[in-house]
Design a protein around this ligand. Structure first.
Ligand code: FAD
Length: 281
């Protein structure tokens, strides 16, 4: 079991598309930063669709002195564009990147060959040496395109072999999926930390849509409970906070090295869950 003080805590944002969203995110990050996370991360649209928005948020947060990691994927960009972008991040004082393959932007069809995350990791190591701490994605319930469980674990190993330092997982609600995955990773020789990605529950319809898209399973009993609450937001929030707090406790008790929260650009319920866990400094 890990000591609470050693646990890594990180919060993920997506880049807002509206001025209102940009303003709101300032308040959200100010409040969540009071919990003293190790870093925040900001997602990126494959194909560069949010390239500027991601960089704008990263720049603003660096100006505020906040530790922040951009997510990054090649999308349709060439090596020069990628090098320039990573160099800009380096000059901003960024020292961590979440390196991804990403998905095909809608409408691109087969026009584009995606660059696997292990290739992006190798590319960053080749051009920037050890400057960046590199995070990669991991899938305890296995990536939807993977041909088999073990193949996906081996591709994760390939990302570490290419130079990644640690991984953050897709969210899941069944702790056994994560714990089994960690054992499978160990058997394949992965020794680097794999941080569970935690999705707080606030809205059943959105969660259901997301989960179908990314292959995250909502266990039947949780689905049923959430369906029962219908539009009773107070009950959904209370149930979600209890459920996710318990999930995090189980993960920590079983050796998870920290937690990465998919905040959905909201202060709550992430703040309450982190406080419940006694993780805020
Ligand atoms: P990869 O690790 O490259 O794997 C993709 C698939 O190919 C898997 O099925 C794998 O088994 C297989 N594979 C891996 N390597 C190879 C190889 N060398 N040869 C053949 N097959 C291979 N999406 C976004 O668009 N923006 C984001 O900011 C974003 N952030 C994320 C953050 C986290 C923590 C997670 C877990 C996911 C995130 N995603 C994001 C989603 C992610 O982009 C998708 O899941 C995408 O489909 C896979 O990206 P990857 O980096 O895991 O790909």
């Amino acid at each position: 079991m890990n000591d609470e003080n050693d646990l890594r805590l990180s919060f993920e944002f997506f880049p807002p598309k509206t001025d209102v969203g940009v303003e709101k995110l300032k308040t959200v990050r100010t409040e969540l930063n009071k919990l003293n996370p190790d870093f925040f991360s900001v997602t990126y649209g494959a194909g560069g669709s949010t390239r500027d928005n991601t960089k704008d948020v990263i720049t603003a947060m660096r100006d505020e002195g906040i530790a922040v990691a951009p997510h990054l994927s090649f999308g349709g960009d060439n090596e020069d564009i990628m090098c320039n972008m990573i160099n800009d991040y380096k000059n901003l004082g960024v020292d961590r990147i979440v390196a991804l393959r990403g998905d095909m932007p809608s409408g691109m069809g087969a026009a584009m060959q995606l660059v696997y995350a292990n290739e992006l990791v190798a590319f960053i190591r080749k051009h920037f040496g050890d400057h960046f701490q590199l995070e990669v994605a991991a899938y305890p319930e296995i990536h939807p395109e993977a041909k088999s469980y073990l193949e996906d674990v081996r591709y994760l190993k390939g990302k570490f072999d290419a130079g990644a330092n640690s991984a953050i997982t897709q969210y899941f609600f069944n702790p056994d999926a994560y714990l089994y995955f960690i054992e499978a990773c160990k058997k394949e020789g992965i020794v680097a930390p794999i941080y569970p990605g935690i999705m707080p529950i606030t809205n059943f319809r959105n969660l259901s849509r997301f989960s179908d898209a990314c292959g995250a399973e909502i266990p039947r009993w949780i689905r049923k409970r959430l369906e029962d609450f219908q539009d009773d937001q107070e009950s959904i929030t209370a149930f979600g906070i209890d459920l996710i707090t318990e999930l995090c406790e189980t993960l920590i008790e079983n050796g998870a090295p920290g937690l990465h929260f998919y905040t959905m650009n909201q202060i709550e319920p992430t703040r309450t869950i982190v406080n419940n866990l006694g993780l805020a400094d």
